[in-house]
Design a binder for this molecule. Structure first.
Ligand SMILES: *Cc1c(COP(=O)(O)O)cnc(C)c1O
Length: 366
């Protein structure tokens, strides 16, 4: 095999791409996996068997119907998308975030979001050649209204992301703060598209979906990943047909594969099962949060998501000690200065939460 000349790579591949690291997914083999906000439950065996039959009938030899008409209609009704709104499907909401960046990438265009926040907003902006403006939250992770408005006025962003609840902090932003920002972005301070990212909606029971009718500059984005279907990669974004029509042009024509479509349709027919799992996880969240809060030297932040953000004395050390006890969580302490010594743990089954707690307590005492 002849070696690839580094100079040729330098000539072809963008400087910023060569300079970056790959999106790192740690090896979780043999570990209790509490790092990625997955739902720990599978579908019940009887439903899995039915799904197997359904999938065996899917025409693998055919391209998907490019509009995914049936799945879009099902999502609209199950997820209570307001009448008159349209939806766009993505291969995970990650793909929708890329599509938004691609479609808005005029020269000099900017993306603005509170930080610490979901990293893909910044990464997708960079890939598409947009500038990313991060506006720090307050120390308690609430929105800093003054700072947001000032930056919105100064930077005139094309797109503003508000994750509701926010990742990695877990909190729902204050309703009045959100309202004010969406209004201000609707012409008063800037003219921006506001994307409310509701990836954790099943755990929040609070949504901007009904507000779509109130704001013409609003899109609501969701995913089935945290609901229990992370493996099928399906995200959706709801909003005015005028926006969706434009964004649909940058969507790869067959981005939702036939197995994903069939699985999602099946799962949505049984969404009560997934809703019940989410309810159990919400209950476990309260229990775990109370247990953690009772530990000396540990701060637990309020969460409306399926994870908890916690602050300890030495996050790097606690993280490593947990790994040595076969528990994998996420050390987010280097993501942003506001997250100093913070760890993020996914809420799981009672058994896995107990394993985590035991390992965590031991890791603090070593
Ligand atoms: C997990 C997550 C997503 C991405 O979800 P996928 O649909 O799995 O790509 C989007 N936004 C936030 C805030 C998330 O935490």
């Amino acid at each position: 095999m002849s070696a690839v000349q580094p100079s040729l790579i330098d000539r072809i591949i963008r400087d910023d791409v060569r300079a970056m690291g790959a999106y790192h997914v740690p090896d979780s083999h043999g570990l209790v996996k509490l790092d990625a906000m997955e739902n720990p439950y599978q579908l019940p065996p009887a439903l899995r068997e039915q799904l197997g039959k359904r999938l065996s009938e899917v025409a693998l030899n055919r391209y998907p119907v490019p509009t995914s008409e049936a799945l879009r209609a099902k999502l609209k009704s199950v997820m209570q998308v307001p009448a008159g709104m349209e939806i766009l499907l993505g291969n995970g909401s990650d793909e929708l975030i890329s599509m938004l960046a691609m479609a808005a990438a005029k020269p000099g265009a900017k993306v603005l979001a509170p930080v610490p926040g979901f990293v893909m907003y910044a990464i997708s902006a960079q890939f598409a050649g947009l500038e990313f403006i991060g506006v720090p939250l307050r120390a308690d992770f609430t929105l800093d209204r003054g700072k947001m408005l000032r930056k919105m006025a100064e930077e005139q962003p094309a797109i503003i992301y508000l994750a509701y609840p926010n990742n990695p902090t877990g909190n729902l932003f204050d309703a009045e703060d959100m309202d004010m920002i969406v209004r201000a972005a609707n012409g008063d301070v800037c003219n921006s598209l506001v994307v409310v990212d509701e990836a954790y909606q099943p755990f929040a029971q609070n949504s901007w979906m009904p507000r779509l009718a109130d704001f013409s500059n609003l899109l609501v984005m969701r995913t089935v990943s945290k609901l229990g279907l992370a493996g099928i990669r399906l995200g959706y974004m709801a909003g005015s047909p005028a926006w969706i029509e434009q964004l649909d042009k940058v969507r790869p024509p067959y981005n939702i594969n036939v197995l994903t479509e069939a699985t999602a349709l099946f799962a949505l027919e049984h969404v009560d099962v997934l809703d019940e799992q989410a309810a159990q996880l919400r209950e476990q969240r309260s229990l775990l949060s109370a247990q953690l809060a009772a530990l000396p030297g540990v701060t637990v932040f309020p969460s409306d998501a399926n994870f908890l953000l916690i602050r300890v004395a030495n996050a790097a050390q606690t993280f490593e000690r947990l790994v040595s006890r076969k528990v994998l969580i996420k050390n987010v302490s280097k993501m942003h200065e506001l997250l100093a010594n913070c760890l993020r743990v996914t809420v799981s089954t009672p058994e896995e939460n107990a394993q985590f707690m035991e390992a965590f307590v031991a890791s603090l005492q070593d």
